[in-house]
Design a protein around this ligand. Structure first.
Ligand code: UN1
Length: 478
């Protein structure tokens, strides 16, 4: 695949190219992409600015129909998109396909939202007055997206932005831009007017300031430190900012949990998608009586996971997506080993039939919350178990972290589940279900510093992607 930037309806070469490689097989080149420079980023913003008034004023039924058509096209090409995703990012074939399907559904959802931009009507306090609160598009939005969900996150930011009448400049991760190029082609083929959606590829540090300061809003998903830099930059122009950042998501397993179910929930939350989800379970907090049985059963399941080429039949865990991420995962393992905790599964790289970035899913036991492993986001298949005495201690440990994205609990006691749901500091709570794997029709996001500036998805997206307008009407009728 050769992918170009899309600016004002023109496919544009850039200032050189970058190449991506398949993390399942580093010998395989996946894509070559034109790299945009700052002046092209500025042109993309300008093109979105020019297209904004007409798009904002456009007929909402037509806009809804267009977004539905985009959903149809993504769905029809889900196999192709999923395959590219698996080759470029390393998700298994099943995971890649599911992500592409999810992107289609997101477009259907936001096609509907186009028609549901509800306002508020208030009788005025003064005789003969009404007050109307209505919504307007924010304007030009820059969307900066990560490598770990190369189609779902660009889709859910883009669909929401367009549905609420904004124009877009998307900058995907340099590590996996291919799906965004396909998305840009699909949007163009669906008949989106020139300039309503623009794509620029390249380095965030290089393009970020232009994209952030030139836009009315910036929506970013990625690491917490980068999010801080985005926010600092946005402060210069007061650009409205939405940040979806890191997690250190706890899963509490209580003595009364269904053991088999809890093991499955932990396995999925910690390791599927190679642990590369901001919502992945990254601290297991287990009460005393169930601890040994849980750890034994989970370790056996983790050791049995089949790591391999993302496209091989039977692979359950693809490779780590990027070489820097693999280095980071290995550093976490080394630090945990140096901290003297016991590794009961994995802990090393794995050799497969092709040269790839393979890491065995890794489980440590005997950890505690203050350890390096439990303090920082790994973003890989490396997790520690902390043993606690009871629910109170579990809740305290779960909440004892500044990151607050998702938090889960496995218990059969509804009252305890409710105490956890109510008491834990997190943006999302999962009861008897994995911390990762969210629904597109529900608001998504975390509390600071895991998230900032409002929720994405579901009924949450409208808050960021629109501005409210409060109008006082003196109609004079009493
Ligand atoms: C999920 O858990 O299904 O980057 C989605 C991420 C999140 C999306 C998680 N923005 O991992």
């Amino acid at each position: 695949m050769y992918g170009k930037n899309l600016i004002d309806g023109q496919w544009r070469d850039g200032n050189g190219t970058t190449v991506t490689h398949n993390p399942s097989d580093l010998n395989e080149q996946v894509g070559t992409y034109a790299v945009a420079d700052r002046s092209m980023a500025a042109q993309a913003i300008e093109s979105a600015r020019k297209a904004a008034p007409r798009w904002a004023a456009g007929n909402i039924q037509q806009r809804a129909d267009l977004l539905r058509g985009v959903g149809d096209a993504i769905g029809a090409r889900a196999e192709e998109i999923g395959l590219l995703l698996s080759r470029e990012e390393g998700k298994t074939r099943v995971e890649g396909f599911a992500e592409a399907k999810r992107a289609a559904q997101v477009f259907y959802f936001f096609a509907g939202e186009t028609l549901r931009q509800n306002g508020l009507f208030l009788p005025g306090l003064r005789d003969g007055h009404n007050v109307i609160v209505s919504r307007e598009p924010l304007g030009v939005v820059s969307l900066i997206t990560p490598w770990n969900f190369p189609i779902a996150v660009p889709a859910w930011k883009t669909a929401a932005a367009l549905a609420y009448g904004n124009t877009v400049v998307l900058k995907p991760s340099e590590f996996a831009p291919g799906c965004s190029v396909l998305l840009a082609r699909i949007l163009t083929e669906a008949g989106l007017p020139d300039g309503v959606f623009n794509l620029v590829m390249g380095n965030g540090r290089e393009l970020g300031p232009t994209l952030i300061n030139g836009a009315d809003g910036v929506s970013f998903t990625g690491a917490t430190d980068t999010g801080r830099a985005v926010l600092q930059q946005a402060a210069l122009s007061m650009t409205k900012t939405q940040l979806e950042l890191g997690g250190k998501n706890p899963l509490v397993v209580l003595d009364d949990a269904d053991l088999d179910q809890a093991v499955q929930i932990a396995l999925d939350g910690c390791f599927f998608q190679t642990g590369q989800r901001c919502t992945a379970t990254s601290r297991l907090i287990v009460t005393r009586k169930i601890h040994d049985a849980f750890v034994d059963a989970l370790a056996a399941r983790v050791r049995a996971l089949r790591v391999g080429h993302a496209l091989d039949e039977g692979t359950q865990l693809g490779p780590v997506a990027t070489a820097p991420q693999l280095q980071k995962d290995l550093m976490f393992i080394e630090r945990a080993n140096n901290d003297g905790v016991e590794c009961v599964a994995g802990g090393t790289r794995v050799e497969c039939r092709t040269p790839g970035l393979y890491l065995a899913p890794t489980l440590f036991i005997g950890t505690h919350n203050a350890m390096h492993l439990n303090q920082h986001e790994v973003f890989g298949p490396v997790v520690g178990v902390t043993r606690v005495d009871d629910f109170e201690e579990a809740l305290a440990v779960a909440t004892d972290h500044e990151l607050a994205l998702t938090a889960g609990i496995c218990t059969n006691d509804l009252r305890t589940a409710e105490r956890f749901r109510h008491g834990v500091r997190a943006g999302m709570v999962m009861v008897n279900t994995p911390t990762a794997g969210v629904a597109y029709h529900a608001p998504f996001g975390g509390r600071k510093p895991s998230g900032f500036g409002g929720r994405e998805l579901g009924a949450g997206a409208v808050e960021f992607f629109t501005e409210g307008k409060t109008s006082y009407i003196h109609h004079g009728v009493i």
